[in-house]
Ligand binder design. Structure first.
Ligand code: PMV
Length: 328
């Protein structure tokens, strides 16, 4: 059995605009997915998941998502989860030249699914790392990030940036602009997260922004303005200026809202955080529902969020300096 973990992330700045070549700055957080794998010589994949909000499903199948397992959870959840694992294992077979190898895979995660905290990227990074090591191959972080990106790209029909997977593989705060991915120096950030218990449909939200951008020049300008916010945000991060970071996060949320990717519950949590004295607050990830990220060194925002109707969970999250972690 080989075990790896990888962190989730928040976007400090730049989601959606990153799809159009603007820079984005995600930041890894100490909430992890852990993936354990054991080699099987019969070529099958057996996946057991405890905490993926898939209610502890165990499936055994022959490696093709069309020949699906017979269990009682929604088709789309199964094919989404199996799609990620399946394509991750394809990358492992390719990286190790072991075309026929199978695995028992166990997934545990404390990152809510589809909520803007990079759960799928964390699972994919940890799975590729653990399964390649199980076969005696340790990938460099860049190759791990690249293979995890290819996995997401395939499962998400080409709608994936490198941001989630690079951030999860390397840890810390990173800057992603097209194919250019690099680590940034970041101060210890007082990150607070609010979660509305829901999830957005990333594909639909990305398509919505694309349509707006095609229809209105000012929507295209809004996407470019997000790029400007990100560039200012990089300076604020380098200077450790938490007040300026917060102001820019507020601005970024407003622009995302204008692009139609916020929601009532996300806006409610953002305002609860601001009212509680957060330096700034914005949605994180695709939007539509899921999580907000706020900066507040005091306990006020977490307390306020925990009393905010529609906020199901509020917690503090340390920045995770470490990306993928090799546990066994
Ligand atoms: O919700 P998440 O964590 O999958 O983030 C999506 C971010 C987008 O910019 C909307 C899409 C992408 O792949 O960059």
């Amino acid at each position: 059995m080989t075990l790896s973990s990888a962190p989730g992330k928040v976007y400090l700045f730049g989601e959606h605009a990153v799809v159009y070549g603007e820079p984005a700055v995600p930041c890894a957080i100490e909430r992890r997915a852990r993936v354990g794998v054991q080699r099987r010589d019969d070529g099958k994949l057996r996946v057991h998941s405890k905490d993926l909000s898939l209610n502890g499903f165990t499936v055994e199948y022959d490696g093709s998502t069309s020949n699906g397992p017979d269990i009682d959870v929604s088709e789309s959840l199964i094919s989404a989860a199996m799609g990620y694992v399946d394509h991750a294992i394809e990358q492992v077979r390719d990286a190790t030249d072991e075309d026929e190898v199978g695995f028992d895979v166990t997934i545990e995660s404390d990152i809510p699914l589809g909520a803007g905290l990079g759960s799928s990227a964390a699972v994919v990074v940890a799975a590729i790392d653990a399964a390649t090591r199980e076969l005696g191959v340790t990938l460099e972080t860049d190759e791990l990030a690249e293979r995890a990106y290819r996995t997401e790209y395939q499962v998400q029909d080409g709608q994936a940036s490198r941001a989630d997977t690079f951030c999860s593989a390397t840890g810390g705060a990173v800057r992603v602009e097209g194919e250019d991915c690099r680590s940034l120096d970041a101060p210890d950030l007082p990150i607070v997260i609010g979660f509305d218990g829901g999830a957005g449909d990333t594909g639909k939200l990305v398509a919505g922004v694309r349509d707006l951008r095609n229809e209105y020049d000012f929507a295209a300008d809004t996407v470019e303005a997000i790029g400007d916010v990100v560039r200012n945000g990089e300076d604020a991060l380098a200077n450790g200026d938490i007040d300026e970071l917060g102001r820019l996060m507020d601005f970024n949320h407003g622009l995302l809202s204008a692009l139609g990717v916020s929601s009532r519950s996300l806006d409610t949590m953002v305002w609860a955080a601001r009212d509680a004295g957060a330096r700034g607050a914005k949605l994180t990830g695709a939007g539509g529902g899921g999580c907000i990220v706020a900066l507040d060194p005091t306990p006020e925002t977490e307390t306020a969020l925990s009393f905010t109707p529609g906020c199901e969970d509020a917690f503090r999250a340390e920045l995770s300096e470490k990306g993928v972690a090799r546990l066994e």
